[in-house]
Design a protein around this ligand. Structure first.
Ligand code: UN1
Length: 510
């Protein structure tokens, strides 16, 4: 079922949300960078961009703010993030709607993204009283050894279009309680939600009162502005989300100046459906994981290995779900699948499908859905039955394509699962304890996220988020990811009257 209606004026609604959230009109009208809504393909704003000199000035200002902010007690810094959580609650509907307009997400996913921001704020507020260091037993009498965690500096955030605001909040909520300043370069495809998030943070800052000016700033522009952030000596850590190709550029640049990196790069996430799987549950998890967000999550399910004994019970049902899923305008319908972000995304999808066909794939879906807008790209999600893992299956294509393969041997399925460059998220569907535990064991899934009877996408903020291999190795969000945003000092204190040296070394001078 394709759902087409046309009543919402996207251009007007964008302007009215931005105005309501307090974004200055001069930032998004009459500028030199056009921004579009994938929902209708219309231009919705013209943003004023930052020059390289503007970007450097903002970084300098952020560094000055950091010097003051690092001296504010962490629980007090947490109060700012608590207020940010309150403001996000108050503006959830508007920001969620803007996410739908700018990234094309369906309503529940747009709102869900803002909920993720609220959740990380709550997490960070608690964290602001728990930035613990260890006390460590020393080998020397009359000594004490401990660890202290200090604020790090300016944190650069580079985010992608698909989670245009949540990823910023994972970084910013943590960075702020850890005593840092933040400079954010959002995707050129989603600058408006960045301006809106910044305006919401400014409301929290105004209520907080005496935070230093320039604590959080946004850079609007293209790749060249991102490069200023990556190369600037006053940026201590860059947390970058995007393609593996982007990471291959950013990673070495940061390494060259010994800056820290959190890289959240591509995913080519796989799932294994075992003979004992609850197929009803697996069906729903696979459908959301593979078709949700129109296949445009880093955690989207892209490869599925189905045991031969359940293949015929599952795959025809899956195909039916693919044929009947509703594709439509997320602003005006209850469709489950919204648009692709732009034409290159559509072209990339069609290219992958034709390569899959050349490798023996049988395709269900994948065709363009016409909703009457020449410049918007809606597609039917595609399920491709493949004879084996080959060709485009080993690469991430940022579109709703699920490659389905049959397996007979568990070990071979796990080996195939791991035989791709990316290592972000993974799932197994089984009621067999041995299979589940083996998937989670050292020779099981090689990903940063490994799930049992849950799909690959939709992770909660409480866990550390990130992946291995070509996904970049970074961790954001929950657990102890905060440690990447602070510097650790090991302190040894001598309260004795002697000076015993470690390792029994003697060095007696006259
Ligand atoms: C991303 O796609 O960049 O686990 C992040 C998920 C979301 C985050 C995805 N919580 O799907």
């Amino acid at each position: 079922m394709n759902i087409a209606t046309k009543t919402v004026n996207v251009v007007q609604e964008t302007a009215s949300i931005l105005e309501k959230l307090g974004v200055a009109k001069s930032l998004y009208t009459g500028g030199d960078m056009a921004s579009y809504s994938p929902v209708t393909g219309e231009q919705v704003a013209s943003l004023k961009t930052d020059s390289a000199a503007d970007a450097a000035a903002k970084i300098e200002k952020a560094e000055a703010a950091f010097r003051a902010w690092r001296l504010v007690p962490a629980p007090k810094r947490g109060e700012l993030v608590r207020l940010l959580g309150e403001e996000l609650r108050a503006h959830k509907a508007d920001l969620g709607r803007l996410v739908s307009i700018e990234a094309g997400k369906i309503t529940s996913e747009g709102l869900g993204e803002v909920q993720e921001m609220i959740d990380i704020c709550d997490f960070a507020v608690g964290l602001s009283r728990q930035l613990y260091g260890l006390t460590i037993a020393t080998e020397r009498p009359g000594h004490r050894m401990m660890e202290t965690w200090h604020p790090l500096g300016v944190i650069g955030v580079i985010s992608a279009f698909n989670f245009p605001v949540a990823v910023w909040s994972w970084n910013t909520a943590l960075a702020l309680v850890c005593g840092n300043a933040v400079v954010w370069k959002p995707s050129e495809k989603t600058p408006l939600t960045a301006l809106a998030s910044q305006a919401i943070l400014e409301k929290a800052l105004a209520r907080f009162g005496d935070a230093p000016e320039g604590l959080s700033q946004v850079l609007i522009g293209d790749r060249a502005i991102g490069e200023v952030l990556v190369d600037h000596p006053k940026v201590a850590l860059v947390s970058a989300t995007g393609s593996t190709r982007m990471g291959r550029d950013v990673g070495p640049r940061l390494a060259k100046r010994f800056a820290r990196a959190i890289l959240e790069l591509g995913g080519n996430n796989g799932g294994i459906v075992c003979p004992s799987a609850d197929l009803d549950m697996a069906l729903r998890a696979i459908a959301f994981g593979a078709m949700g967000t129109a296949g445009q999550r880093c955690t989207t399910l892209r490869r599925l290995f189905v045991h031969e004994s359940v293949y015929d019970a599952l795959v025809p049902r899956l195909k039916k779900a693919y044929q009947s899923v509703s594709v439509g305008n997320p602003l005006e319908s209850t469709a489950l699948v919204g648009p692709l972000v732009d034409k290159p995304a559509f072209d990339g999808m069609q290219k992958a499908l034709s390569e899959a066909k050349a490798h023996g794939g049988t395709i269900t879906g994948g065709e363009r859905v016409d909703l009457g807008h020449a410049n918007s790209y809606y597609v039917k999600p595609a399920l491709v039955e493949m004879p084996k893992q080959a060709g485009p299956v080993t690469e991430e294509t940022f579109a709703p394509i699920l490659y389905v393969m049959k397996y007979s041997d568990f070990d071979a399925a796990v080996a195939d699962h791991n035989a791709v460059g990316a290592g972000l998220s993974s799932s197994i569907f089984t009621l067999d304890l041995q299979e589940a535990e083996r998937f989670l064991s050292p020779d099981g899934s090689d990903c940063g996220i490994a799930n049992v009877n849950i799909g690959t996408s939709g992770a909660e903020i409480g866990g550390a988020f990130g992946g291995e291999k070509e996904t970049g190795g970074g961790r954001e969000s929950g657990s102890d990811a905060w440690k990447a945003y602070m510097r650790r000092a090991t302190n040894t204190i001598n309260y004795s009257k002697a000076l015993p040296l470690a390792q029994g070394v003697s060095f007696d001078i006259e």
